[in-house]
Design a protein around this ligand. Structure first.
Ligand code: NI
Length: 231
């Protein structure tokens, strides 16, 4: 599954993110990599409990909460606090799979231990594609290779179980936010069916209004959610 979420952030919000990130400290991206992927990872990150990461993370979470396409595609139960990275010229991230379970830093949870099962990975692009070369996110799934490079403010959601890499940046610097989502629906095939059913029902409702068939299909959607979700 690979779903684009266009215009998650407005141009003004992207500019605000870039201002705060530009004034922030950056550290080696290996700090949040698992032991196996650290060797593959060559980028810079904003420290996860830095003021810029916390402020911008809250902005992104509030925008996600109001985004219907994100809600429908992810059926999110938990979202890992957004992280921020950059790939300057020559930086890249070789092929890897994201860790299955991530612990939210206790500095952000008031000491509580909160785990997120990473069902989906998200990348929110924060640099205009005209301002850098390379830096493509390449996701490998059963249907082959998908190359993703989106406008600033757009986001891609993809299966965290897929192998993926970021090609070397050869000009400019590619900035983004990245994070993971634990879905209420763990099974990806079931989640994709719910996403498609929701889109079809919304389309029918727009075309025909709340006919008894539309109401019946809406009921089926919710009854499948009851059967398949953990909330
Ligand atoms: Ni990854």
């Amino acid at each position: 599954m690979l779903v684009e979420i266009p215009n998650l952030l407005t141009k003004e919000e992207v500019a605000h993110c870039r201002d705060l990130l530009g004034a922030s400290d950056w550290v080696d991206g290996k700090v949040t990599a698992g032991a196996k992927s650290a060797g593959a990872k060559h980028n810079l990150q904003v420290p996860e409990s830095s003021p810029a990461a916390l402020t911008l993370g809250d902005l992104i979470l509030s925008k996600l909460g109001r985004n219907e396409r994100f809600t429908s595609a992810s059926l999110a139960l938990r979202v890992f606090p957004p992280l921020f990275n950059r790939y300057d010229s020559g930086m890249k991230f070789d092929t890897h799979i994201d860790n299955a379970i991530r612990f939210v830093p206790q500095a952000l949870t008031g000491g509580a231990s909160i785990r997120v099962r990473t069902d989906m990975s998200a990348t929110l692009f924060l640099t205009d594609p005209a301002d850098y070369d390379g830096g493509e996110l390449v996701v490998l799934d059963t249907f082959g290779e998908h190359r993703v490079k989106l406008a600033a403010g757009h986001m891609v959601l993809y299966s965290a179980s897929s192998r993926h890499h970021v090609t070397p940046t050869t000009r400019g610097s590619r900035w983004s936010s990245f994070f993971w989502i634990q879905s209420m629906v763990r099974d990806e095939a079931a989640r994709v069916m719910l996403f498609e059913l929701d889109a079809a029902v919304q389309g029918l409702r727009k075309q025909y209004g709340d006919t008894s068939e539309v109401v019946s299909l809406t009921g089926l959607y919710h009854n499948l959610m009851r059967r398949w979700s953990e909330a």
